[in-house]
Design a binder for this molecule. Structure first.
Ligand SMILES: *[C@@H]1O[C@H](CO)[C@@H](O)[C@H](O)[C@H]1NC(C)=O
Length: 195
């Protein structure tokens, strides 16, 4: 009787053990899948390109997520980003010339904030149209989508650092074309990862 019970106990114990191991290995597979997903690879490349590493990568994930893809999206971050850019432009222009007229200042701000000619151009140079997650029916290359993602990056950095200085400085670096092009290789990279 005793040994029968002991055997039962062992069988039970082994069953639990194998169950736990099974769970652990499937979790591991999940995690390595997430690490190597094309989106994660693109976020890593984007950070390198910007020369900025997020403390909270979730902010960059969100910045690269269009409203058509998920409830958790970049809308609010892109509003903050637009404000960061405007503040940075105003600071720089007024710093150079305190006598600048309000008309000139407003004109320069609106030039740099233009979706078609400025914002989307900067965003495309970064290759954001290849990174941003959109619904299957949404064209990720339209200026509005690219521009929203571009602005959201600076909103995300401002939240990540708790201030707008670094985000504003990085905006100028990107706007002056000092970064870009690294993501041209992203489709090849994703291919390798998918294999
Ligand atoms: C997506 O948008 C871009 C930019 O507006 C355009 O050039 C391209 O033709 C569009 N693609 C599709 C499939 O509609």
């Amino acid at each position: 009787m005793q040994s029968h019970r002991f055997t039962l106990f062992i069988v039970f114990f082994l069953a639990i053990l194998s169950h736990i191991q099974g769970q652990a290995s499937s979790e591991l597979q999940d995690r390595s899948f997430k690490l190597l997903s094309p989106f994660s690879v693109a976020l890593e490349t984007l950070q390198k390109q910007l020369d900025y590493t997020f403390n909270n990568i979730g902010l960059l994930r969100r910045a690269m997520t269009h409203a058509s893809f998920s409830e958790e999206n970049n809308r609010a971050l892109s509003i903050l980003g637009a404000n960061v850019i405007e503040t940075s432009v105003s600071l720089q222009l007024l710093g150079k010339d305190i006598e600048i007229s309000s008309k000139d200042l407003n004109h320069q701000i609106s030039e740099i904030s233009k979706v078609e000619t400025s914002c989307a151009v900067d965003g495309k140079r970064l290759g954001l149209q290849k990174v941003i997650r959109v619904s299957p029916r949404t064209n990720s290359s339209t200026p509005a989508v690219v521009c929203g993602a571009f602005r959201a990056i600076f909103g995300a950095i401002a939240i990540d650092t708790g201030k707008s200085d670094d985000a504003g400085n990085l905006f100028w670096t990107v706007h002056h074309g000092q970064v870009g092009h690294a993501l041209e290789f992203i489709s090849e990279l994703s291919l390798i990862v998918n294999l």
